[in-house]
Design a protein around this ligand. Structure first.
Ligand SMILES: NC(=O)c1ccc[n+]([C@@H]2O[C@H](COP(=O)([O-])OP(=O)(O)OC[C@H]3O[C@@H](n4cnc5c(N)ncnc54)[C@H](OP(=O)(O)O)[C@@H]3O)[C@@H](O)[C@H]2O)c1
Length: 263
């Protein structure tokens, strides 16, 4: 059975990186798409490519998910669809650096998108799915969710929220026909670090295509948690459950300093 053929999937953060890879992979599996991000031209370009290559319907929507207005734009533009079968909450951002030495706006922006935007969109779409008694949600978390991360402090805290929120929501919606999965990628080759002063070359990265494929395969296999990419990602998340949290935080902080994240 193809979980994705002739279903409608809404992918946020589809203009680049992992979101583009997820959109391409979903289109190749036969899904019709609603693509959301702020960059209208990138979305239009991707929509043209996917329509031509896979013959699926693609509806690009330019919206800022860091604002209620942006979320309302998405909801208004999708209200007439018979259903959103799959919601992929992928849009996200995160800064690198010393919390007190960086502007407050850099700390607030990830909370607005990764947490508040995700909750707003999920509340509306999951509510509709629960009423229909069917649907699926994939929330993109991070291996950074499993321990405090000095110098990526706010980002990892937003992903810890996404992890807990998603696991609890999966249990709430289990009996209502809606499947919910948390995906926890490790470092992935995207434009995620483009705006920071950190050189991602110091890190070893999974490809966005591999991560997208693993996530969609895991969801189709009925999993509620996905650890896409290299095999070592999952065992790395166990450290914070086994070692004292203070020790894990100290080690994570030392690694961050070594990688030059303490800017
Ligand atoms: N790359 C990694 O190492 C890594 C590891 C673990 C998890 N993740 C997670 O993977 C997801 C995708 O990130 P990525 O690595 O693909 O980063 P990316 O290349 O920077 O892409 C981020 C996407 O989010 C969208 N976005 C950001 N702010 C937005 C806003 N205010 N409103 C609407 N869309 C917004 C961007 O579109 P616009 O700029 O056009 O709005 C873009 O499409 C994120 O949730 C991230 O936390 C990434």
């Amino acid at each position: 059975m193809n979980e994705y053929r002739n279903r409608t999937a809404l992918v946020t953060g589809a203009s680049k990186g992992l979101g583009t890879a997820l959109a391409r992979d979903l289109a190749s599996r036969g899904s019709h798409l609603v693509l959301v991000a702020r960059s209208a031209s990138r979305l239009e370009h991707l929509a043209d490519e996917l329509r031509a290559q896979y013959g699926v319907q693609v509806n690009p929507i330019s919206a800022d998910l860091g604002s209620d207005e942006g979320v309302q734009t998405v909801l208004a533009a999708t209200a007439a669809l018979p259903a959103i079968d799959l919601l992929v909450n992928n849009a996200g951002l995160g800064g690198v650096g010393s919390f007190v030495d960086r502007p407050l706006d850099e700390a607030i922006a990830p909370i607005a998108v990764n947490v508040i935007g995700l909750v707003r969109l999920t509340h509306a779409v999951a509510g509709r799915m629960a009423n229909d008694g069917r649907g699926g949600i994939i929330n993109i978390g991070s291996t950074g969710a499993f321990q405090p991360m000095p110098f990526q402090n706010v980002y990892s805290s937003t992903k810890a929220f996404v992890l807990m929120f998603t696991e609890a929501l999966a249990e709430e919606l289990r009996a209502r026909g809606v499947r919910v999965m948390i995906a926890s990628p490790g470092p992935t080759a995207t434009e995620f670090f483009a705006d920071s002063e950190v050189d991602p070359a110091v890190r070893s990265l999974d490809s966005a295509d591999t991560v997208a494929r693993d996530i969609l395969d895991d969801f189709a296999a009925g999993r509620t948690a996905s650890y896409p990419g290299r095999r070592s990602n999952r065992p790395q998340t166990w450290a914070a459950r086994i070692l004292p949290r203070t020790a894990v935080t100290r080690i994570t902080g030392d690694l961050a300093r070594k990688n030059g994240f303490d800017v």
